[in-house]
Design a binder for this molecule. Structure first.
Ligand SMILES: Nc1nc2c(ncn2[C@@H]2O[C@H](COP(=O)(O)OP(=O)(O)OP(=O)(O)O)[C@@H](O)[C@H]2O)c(=O)[nH]1
Ligand SMILES: [Mg+2]
Length: 467
């Protein structure tokens, strides 16, 4: 009996603790002093670099370095500290390791993310006006950020698709243009499959994962399920051993369809739903990192697919104005920012064009969020600026250039080219393409890391909460 009781209390303790954290979060939300920000972006968009840079700028906030951030400009900023993270079952976001990479000799970008991690910062400031100023000398705003592998983000739209719908969508894009050639052998093998032999299914699932890896190299983004690329703790389990079947099989192969459907449903229910519920359902604000430059390097289909994939992901979130009661009981996103990232790859006069391109790629998603009552903005920025602006004379007059280091660490000075202000038509791509060369991180200097418009971002993200 005692043993039973102690086992129960052992199980209860973490729950009580979890409730304790929830209550704490509610109390902070009630006082409007808690903000959970979703950093949304496909694999390689720059989430980890962005979170590291954001934390770094907050921990080392300097007025001259972040001139557009009001709380700092008005002398009301008191400082930031890492706070106890809300979910003790998650790994803490490894800020120190990311900084060690960036500050290494030679400096390196933090590695691609393999699991979920979380960080909470306590931001302290003096209220500028209103009731808060009358009541308090200083106020603390808690900021939560979650980092995760971009591959897993793409699973969210699967929650609103049946297995059949998912097959139709996947089979369609796998049969188009560039992807058709890459996936031809695999599609042929699947289409010839008959009956629900588990070993055959396991082999084709394995090949499907490899195929997604190759398609990713070619710039495809619609790579589902994400765990086929990055299984984490699910490696080798049947719940990820499924793939899209050919249209004819959906009609003729009842046994095989049933097996796939069972795994697809289990995947949605047991893998994607908890991921969404625990990490994405409670965002107050969202920053969507859009890396159009890498997609432009790859081609028209890649840019189009990136836009469609991001739109699909955004459909999974709830948007709308954030009244206090709503924030408390059913949080939804009141502000959404599309951040055109890695602007340091460009000469500065190209920034307005990158802004227009991002507007045109994300137009439909923007209209939808606005319609729901959320505030939407687009911004061009670089979390970590890895280049300097310069000018050279090529004999015909001054030409703008960027100076930095390429990914091998070799000095580089070049005009990286023009950014189109909207997606160029197919004929353009037959003549030419784009070549935005990846940059190594900047050499560590004395002050905080260089950036482009992170102060505008901070003002957008936190300004209204820190009045
Ligand atoms: N020049 C420049 N490059 C950046 C910046 N942010 C990210 N990058 C580049 O983009 C790559 C990917 O950035 P990550 O932060 O790892 O991207 P991620 O979204 O976390 O990717 P996953 O962890 O794979 O989901 C980096 O290795 C850099 O090469 C930036 O601000 N400036
Ligand atoms: Mg990452």
């Amino acid at each position: 009996m005692t043993q039973h009781l102690s086992a129960t209390s052992h199980r209860l303790k973490p729950r009580v603790k979890a409730w304790g954290h929830k209550l704490e979060e509610w109390a902070h939300r009630g006082l409007d002093q808690h903000l959970r920000v979703g950093i949304t972006g496909l694999s390689g968009a720059g989430k980890t670099a962005f979170i590291t840079a954001l934390v770094h700028q907050l921990l080392h906030a300097e007025r001259d370095h972040l001139p557009m951030w009001e709380v700092l400009a008005e002398g009301r900023w008191l400082g930031a500290q890492r706070a106890r993270q809300p979910d003790l079952t998650l790994a803490p976001f490894d800020y120190e390791q990311a900084m060690a990479h960036l500050r290494g000799a030679p400096p390196q970008w933090p590695p691609s993310t393999r699991g979920i991690s979380e960080i909470r910062l306590a931001l302290r400031y003096r209220p500028g006006r209103g009731l808060k100023r009358q009541l308090k000398e200083s106020v603390t705003l808690y900021l939560d950020l979650v980092d995760y592998p971009g591959e897993w983000l793409l699973d969210l739209p699967m929650l609103s698709q049946s297995y059949r719908q998912w097959c139709e969508q996947s089979w369609q894009w796998l049969s188009e243009g560039l992807w058709a050639a890459t996936s031809a052998d695999w599609r042929q093998a699947v289409a010839a499959q008959s009956g629900a032999d588990e070993a055959a299914v396991a082999a084709l699932a394995q090949e499907y994962g490899e195929l997604l890896g190759v398609l990713r190299q070619q710039g495809a983004t619609l790579l589902q399920p994400g765990r086929a690329l990055l299984p984490g703790e699910l490696a080798g389990t049947p719940v990820i051993a499924f793939y899209p079947l050919a249209p004819a099989q959906l009609e003729q192969e009842a046994e095989l369809v049933a097996l796939m459907q069972e795994r697809y449903d289990a995947y949605c229910e047991q893998v994607v739903k908890p991921f969404y519920r625990d990490h994405f359902a409670r965002f107050d604000r969202q920053v969507v990192l859009v890396d159009s430059l890498t997609a432009l390097n790859q081609g028209r289909m890649q840019v189009e697919q990136m836009g469609a994939a991001l739109k699909g992901v955004l459909d999974s979130f709830r948007y709308g104005p954030g009244s206090l009661l709503r924030r408390l009981f059913r949080p939804q996103i009141d502000k959404l920012l599309f951040a055109a990232t890695k602007a340091d790859h460009l000469t500065v006069e190209q920034h307005p064009r990158l802004l227009s391109l991002t507007h045109s790629l994300m137009g439909e998603a923007q209209r939808q969020v606005r319609f729901a009552g959320g505030a939407v903005e687009t911004m061009v920025l670089s979390a970590i600026r890895a280049s300097e602006q310069g000018q050279v004379d090529d004999g015909r007059g001054p030409v703008p250039v960027i100076r930095g280091r390429d990914s091998q660490g070799q000095a580089l000075m070049r005009f990286p080219g023009e950014v189109p202000d909207r997606l160029p038509p197919p004929a353009f791509w037959q003549q030419q393409g784009f070549d935005f060369v990846p940059l190594a991180p900047p050499e560590p200097g004395d002050g905080p890391m260089p950036h482009i418009r992170m102060d505008h971002l901070l003002q957008w993200l936190l300004g209204d909460k820190m009045r």
